[in-house]
Design a protein around this ligand. Sequence first.
Ligand SMILES: [Zn+2]
Length: 226
Amino acid sequence: MIQYDFNNKTYTCPFCGHAQAYGNSYDITGNGRYKNSSPIPEKYQESSFVIYTFYCSNTSCGRASVMAINKTTRKQIDILPQVTIKQWPLYIPQQIRHDYEEASTIIESSPKAAATLLRRCLQGMIHDYWNIHEKNLNAEITALKDKVTPAQWNALDGLRKIGNIGAHMENDVNLIVDIDVDEAKKILRLIELLLEKWYVARHDEEELLKDITEIADAKETKRKEK
Ligand SMILES: [Zn+2]
């Protein structure tokens, strides 16, 4: 989904991933032959969308994103690109990336199924990254308490309360819980944050340390050659 914030006039370009302020957005009110000035008959209001177009200000991208927002329900439908899925680096295990991508694809149409995939994704991350294996996801989250930052812990603890997941976590991780789109999206955001803070941060740190070690080694070699 295209991420936007009308209050702060910001959006994240789904093509290049840059968060930015937008200067202008073009919106077309109503649909079909109903124009801005004429009121839309009540029976058509449910199918009435406002269409927004954002142009990316990143000059190396510059692409347009288009989304429609239902005037009554505020449901968002992305028109261009139709599905935006964040791509994760290959050093993150395939099963985790796969669950994440599948959940992103279906989150609007089946938030319950998406939430189930996201719980499995989170469990995969806890198993792989932290090497924690408890009797269920609820116990595994508890085991993270002293390992993650207080902010991450609060978010994970909060996750148990979303959609009554805490109660169901005692059961099988694949159990389908009652959850709406907004709640499922919160879980998706949390998974994204944890992928960044755990896997991506660790990788970047390792790369930086490797670079520094290599520079030091090269200098050392040069010194010996003299
Ligand atoms: Zn862009």
